[in-house]
Design a protein around this ligand. Structure first.
Ligand SMILES: Nc1ncnc2c1ncn2[C@@H]1O[C@H](COP(=O)(O)OP(=O)(O)OP(=O)(O)O)[C@@H](O)[C@H]1O
Length: 553
């Protein structure tokens, strides 16, 4: 990605706020020359007011200087409000867009990209955009305007001294350019280390990570891994700041030499300057040092910002294959949706191992199909295909009776690994649909035999279940996830190993409850251990990604 491309893309983010941006820039352009007027007034105050004793002029000019100072501060406050509102609006829009893009990715994306990486782009990279608006962009304009205004004022006062300053500024710019590239590289490295810090914290500091570390006696290893990446992060941060500070110090030292040089030149080579002019030249020189230093810092800061913007654009430009959320199709319970798979094959990633091959399978409306097979035989992958969540690499998947809706709009899957929210049982259930009634909930939890548990809990459905539902047992978590799926709108339900944490009796009860609940709709049960089979059930056996046996119970 070239810098020009990144800048062009970035400008499009500000297009909706262009009038605010223009107003803010105007405020900067107006307020900066106001600051330069003061040194010019100072010259007159010294030469006319103080040295010649013109009290009226002195009073007038001093009053004017106070008024200008107040006006400048008021404009500065107004501009802070304006720039922050632009920055925050752009940030909020970008966050929503990046979130939407990430949400629209195929499942593969989430097996390859760590959650920490997604978070880093959403939070710290996009924060860089806000900082750019509220800080970099403003400072760049303010500094350039100040530089131009001070430069003109100096030329008016004494062109030889002015040229000396410009030559110094040019040398400093060349020096700074050498530091900028180094800072950009360090910024990229730093971002990678921040992602690792987030990833290790997310993996280690949760119930699963803590149990894993303690039971395998690897807590020291976890801590050392985290400490190590933190140490590397701090070293890189120090290096990045030292490189920045070095450029800053070089500029500072150079400008510290300016006042003696101006005094010396005024006393030796550049003659005919009044005391006021000499003092004001030094003031302007020092005033010039601030914007020059700011601009030099900004130019290297800009490289850091560009590295961050690049990462945001990478996400924004990802294709969004699952972008359109059709929502669940509202069909009559008796709609009778059937699914047909023809010669379906799949492998994960380009050139990956074949996981499914030559699958021909019919799921007639209202049928119950049991998919069994050894571990790794491809059952879950097939489940994802049947739920319309995974696009198979080969073959076709047809859905009939759904009134034109896509498979994923009429199918629901309860995957092996449940996702529960740190909220109450009721809130977890309500995620399925906004219009869930008390009767709906009662039916669903009875179907999975969770009603007894809920009745025993002091707060009933309003009991919080903790992070990832860890305040429930494994079997209770599985059944809560199934109950939530039952409450959604679907015509095809796939349940993948939903009773692996249950005893045999409860497992049979749950499957019986499920069959009764799903009457007339299409149900697929994926299980290693065969559930109690009914005469009408279709049983499919898988091995190494193929169906090796199919029979009726
Ligand atoms: N996201 C993925 N990326 C790459 N390979 C995968 C992915 N998911 C599954 N696999 C591989 O595909 C094969 C089939 O996995 P799948 O989970 O479908 O089997 P399964 O029959 O459901 O297994 P189990 O009974 O253990 O859950 C396995 O060998 C697995 O390693």
């Amino acid at each position: 990605m070239t810098a020009a491309f990144v800048v062009r893309r970035m400008l499009t983010w500000f297009r909706p706020h262009r009038w605010r941006v223009v107003t803010s820039l105007l405020i900067v352009v107006i307020s900066v020359p106001l600051g330069v007027v003061n040194p010019l007034l100072t010259r007159t105050v010294i030469d006319q007011g103080l040295l010649r004793g013109d009290v009226t002029l002195l009073t007038l000019l001093c009053a004017l200087m106070v008024v200008l100072g107040i006006a400048n501060s008021a404009l500065a406050v107004g501009n802070v409000a304006l720039t922050n509102s632009i920055g925050q609006r752009v940030t909020a829009t970008l966050r929503a867009s990046v979130y939407g893009r990430a949400q629209a990715q195929e499942l593969d994306f989430y097996t390859e990209e760590s959650n920490a990486e997604v978070q880093a782009r959403l939070v710290s990279d996009i924060d860089g955009v806000d900082r750019f608006v509220t800080n970099t962009m403003q400072q760049a304009l303010a500094s350039s305007t100040a530089l131009a205004a001070a430069g003109i004022a100096m030329l008016v006062l004494s062109w030889p001294l002015a040229l000396l300053s410009f030559a110094l500024a040019y040398v400093l710019a060349l020096l700074n350019h050498r530091f900028a590239k180094r800072r950009q590289d360090l910024a990229r490295q730093r971002q990678r280390h921040i992602t690792s810090v987030l990833r290790f914290a997310a993996e280690d500091l949760n119930l699963g990570g803590i149990i894993l570390g303690r039971t395998l006696h690897r807590t020291r290893w976890q801590r050392e891994r985290f400490t190590d990446v933190c140490r590397q992060l701090s070293e890189i941060t120090v290096r990045q700041r030292v490189v920045g500070a070095t450029a800053y110090v070089i500029t500072g030292v150079s400008f510290a030499c300016v006042p003696p040089l101006v005094f010396w030149l005024s006393g030796t080579s550049v003659t005919g300057l009044s005391i006021g002019t000499v003092i004001v030249m030094v003031m302007l020189q020092l005033q010039l040092s601030q914007p020059i230093q700011a601009l030099l810092q900004l130019s290297s800061g800009l490289h850091v910002s560009l590295a961050k913007f690049e990462r945001v654009i990478e996400y924004l430009d990802m294709p969004a294959p699952m972008a359109v959320d059709g929502g669940s199709a509202v069909l009559a319970p008796s709609a009778g949706v059937s699914v047909t798979l023809r010669d379906v094959g799949h492998s994960y990633g380009a050139g990956g191992r074949t996981v499914l091959s030559g699958i021909d399978l019919e799921l007639p409306a209202g049928s119950v199909t049991v998919v069994r097979g050894r571990t790794g035989s491809g059952k879950s992958t097939l489940g994802l295909v049947m739920a319309g969540l995974l696009r198979p690499a080969a073959g076709t998947v047809h859905v009939d009776g759904a009134g034109g809706a896509e498979l994923r709009d009429v199918a629901t899957i309860v995957p092996q690994h449940t996702t529960l929210f740190d909220a109450s049982i009721r809130e977890n259930l309500m995620f399925a649909r906004d219009d869930v009634t008390e009767e709906d909930i009662a039916r669903a939890i009875a179907a999975v035999r969770l009603d007894d548990l809920v009745a025993k809990l002091p707060c009933g459905l309003d009991t919080p279940i903790g992070v990832e539902g860890h305040q429930l047992s494994g079997g209770e978590r599985q059944r809560l996830a199934v109950a939530r799926a039952l409450l959604a709108r679907w015509q095809v339900l796939i349940v993948d190993e939903i009773t692996s944490a249950l005893d045999g009796v409860t497992s049979d009860e749950v499957y019986d409850g499920l069959r009764a609940y799903c009457q007339g709709r299409t149900l697929v049960i994926i299980a290693h251990r065969l559930p109690r089979i009914q005469p009408t059930d279709r049983v499919v056996a898988m091995e190494q990604g193929r169906i090796i046996e199919r029979c009726r119970a």
